[in-house]
Design a protein. Structure first.
Lengths: 115, 109
């Protein structure tokens, strides 16, 4: 597609439920990143995929968080047993293998609210 | 010391003013630098890359000072539409960019 697509745009879930967030990167971009942003806060790195390499999971806050990227394209971020502190905007970005001057392109995010 | 630091502001300036933001980074191995703009409740969008020799895009000028480990963004002739949060981004070669928490700019009539 022309840009990075994320779905759903909004998700309200009950505490303890599992959620799946989807990211469809720009076609041909080999790098994919997940960040989250709490209200009034900066971007917190979660996980990074580069091509077929093993993902860098160093930013995942707990083992309730996991992500996969199928076929080097679409990625799914899964949060199990959601907690209220998981409420945030989850942003996905993609870039060519080396960002160079083109930087990183973000999707419009998924706003997750855990009640 | 945080990896990337920015003054959160807000910078409150009148239309037509010139305003400058700095961003410091801690890792001397950092290789690529960007300024992003984020409007309220929107995703960050690339404003400009920052090159070693400095670069300009219309009213916006970006500079890199490797010796002192900071980058800057200068906005001339501020417009109301420039009101946003400006994020500094640093990539230290591991391909995981680090974002600053942003500097808030408010341009008033």
């Amino acid at each position: 597609g022309a840009g990075v697509s994320q779905s759903p745009s909004n998700k309200v879930t009950e505490k303890g439920k599992d959620v799946e967030l989807r990211c469809d990167p720009i076609s041909g971009h080999t790098a994919l990143y997940w960040y989250r942003q709490s209200l009034g806060q900066g971007l917190e790195f979660l996980i990074y995929f580069q091509g077929n390499s093993a993902p860098d999971k160093s930013g995942l806050p707990s083992d309730r968080f996991s992500a996969e990227r199928t076929g080097g394209s679409v990625s799914t971020l899964t949060i199990q047993r959601t907690q209220q502190e998981d409420s945030a905007v989850y942003l996905c970005a993609s870039s060519p293998g080396q960002a160079g001057e083109r930087g990183y392109t973000f999707g419009s995010g998924t706003r997750l609210t855990v009640v | 010391r945080k990896e990337v630091e920015q003054d959160p502001g807000p910078f409150n300036v009148p239309e037509g003013a010139t305003v400058a933001f700095n961003c410091t980074y801690s890792n001397s191995a950092s290789q690529s630098f960007f300024w992003y703009r984020q409007d309220c409740r929107k995703e960050p969008k690339l404003l400009m890359s920052v090159y070693s020799s400095g670069n300009e895009d219309g009213r916006f000028t970006a500079q890199l000072n490797r010796a002192s480990q900071y980058i800057s963004l200068l906005i001339r002739d501020s417009k109301l539409s420039d009101s946003a949060t400006y994020l500094c981004v640093v990539n230290r070669g591991s391909y995981i960019p680090t974002f600053g928490r942003g500097t808030s700019l408010i341009v008033h009539p």
